[in-house]
Design a protein around this ligand. Structure first.
Ligand code: PLP
Length: 422
């Protein structure tokens, strides 16, 4: 495949066309796409991009996740959490699938509206917003927003009195990969105070929301939060609010989804009145397993200490914790690379020949910061050479969304789109 073709795929897929013409310009196989991209990029020496990491995004996998959601939680409307992965073709594709969107900032709202997403398909799900972002939301007709404290309620009343308030309730799975309860969520007492004040102010409390924490395996955490939500919805209704919205947040992990979803579905069917609309804000569940990241080994050396050179091999790749691996640090993940051996030798005629036995490496990112470490225990069945590639699966959630430009490395990556499984 020519470099130009690779570039056109990575820049402008039109996800709406994927159903109709899966083979038209889009790969069906992730590894084939990686293979061809590597081949094409090796010919790009003139623009220095042959040493850049790249993603392969399988939008077919996103569809699989969506279908799984519809199968196990058919009564819950997903509002995809844009913060998790704001890749534009992905967002457009989700738009064609009919999801709503959870936006946290002016920029996220602006992006979604610019493609004609109706304001009613957006929830401004940030419980502590700047006054100017509330003003912006009002100016574009995004009235649905979360709130978990009295100052925020007063702020919203002052700037956007017609807001559809969604009270964000306290919820916590302490075992979640990222527990959000230290930062957000009204206790039942605070929620009651908020309801009373909203009543005095004549505001519209549309319903309640919660988030048990990102990357939760706990059906119990959802059940507890659902019970609290039911209680506050009943109190709201008894105070005269219509309150017909329940937002069960995000936190879903693909591996535990079926069990957790089963419990949620059972609770909703038996405990939640049928006139209550139920929505959710999944992020990770939709995208984590749809994106692979491919990095390149740009340097290697032996570890050293005050005792001299050790036998520990160290690899330096072109992506690290300041780019697409930041969340691996926050969530204590242990990224597991797969080796893609290169037959192109970029370091000259004296390059060593590869030895074929098990090797263990410490893998570092490209910056000059010693915290920029990916894993200390990567094991491969051969030696790894400069110019080899490393494939990391399940890199769709909180990766490209969190990349920085630290040390002058680019925060953007090329993305090759694949339509497998369609
Ligand atoms: N909704 C809100 C308010 C969040 O803060 C987050 C993540 O932090 C999400 C949804 C998405 O969560 P997840 O990716 O775990 O589904």
């Amino acid at each position: 495949m020519a470099a130009a073709d690779v570039a056109s795929i990575s820049q402008a897929p039109v996800p709406g066309y994927i159903h109709a013409t899966p083979s038209r310009g889009l790969y069906r196989d992730v590894d084939q796409a990686i293979h061809d991209y590597i081949g094409a990029s090796s010919k790009l020496e003139h623009d220095f991009s042959e040493d850049e990491p790249f993603f392969v995004a399988d939008l077919g996998q996103v569809l699989i996740q969506h279908q799984k959601w519809q199968k196990y939680l058919p009564m819950v409307e997903p509002f995809y959490a844009v913060k998790c992965n704001p890749d534009l073709p992905l967002l457009r594709y989700l738009g064609t699938l009919g999801t709503g969107f959870d936006c946290a900032s002016i920029e996220e709202i602006r992006t979604m509206l610019s493609w004609g997403v109706e304001p009613s398909r957006i929830i401004f799900a940030n419980p502590c917003k700047s006054p100017s972002s509330v003003r912006f939301a009002r100016s574009v007709g995004v009235y649905r927003t979360t709130c978990d404290n009295i100052d925020e309620l007063e702020k919203i009343h002052f700037i956007m009195p017609e807001a559809m308030i969604v009270l964000r309730l306290f919820a916590s799975d302490p075992e979640a990969m990222t527990d959000l309860s230290d930062k957000f969520g009204a206790t039942k007492d605070v929620a009651l105070d908020l309801l009373k004040r909203a009543r005095q102010l004549g505001m519209n409390v549309e319903g309640v929301s919660f988030h048990v924490g990102s990357g939760s395996r706990s059906a119990t955490a959802f059940e507890t939060a659902l019970r609290d939500s039911k209680h506050i919805l009943e109190v709201a209704r008894s105070l005269g609010f219509k309150s017909n919205l329940l937002d069960i947040g995000g936190g879903f992990l693909d591996e535990h989804f079926v069990i957790v979803a089963e419990k949620i579905r059972c609770f909703i069917e038996t405990e939640i009145p049928s006139d209550i609309r139920v929505i959710a804000e999944p992020g990770r569940f939709y995208v984590q397993n749809a994106y692979s990241l491919v990095t390149k080994v740009i340097a290697r050396r032996q570890a050293t200490s005050q005792h001299g050179v050790s036998t520990i091999g160290m690899l330096y790749q072109n992506d690290g914790i300041y780019r697409n691996f930041m969340n691996a640090v926050f969530e204590n993940l242990r990224p597991e690379p797969q080796l893609i051996r290169s037959n192109i030798n970029p370091i000259g005629p004296e390059a060593p020949r590869r030895t074929r036995c098990e090797h263990e490496y410490h893998i570092w990112g490209p910056t000059c910061d010693s915290r920029d470490s990916i894993t200390k225990t990567a094991i491969f069945d051969s030696e790894v050479l400069v110019g080899d590639w490393l494939k990391y699966k399940d890199m769709g959630a909180y990766t490209l969304a969190m990349a920085t430009r630290f040390n002058g490395f680019d925060s953007q990556c090329k993305i090759v789109y694949v339509s497998s499984k369609l």
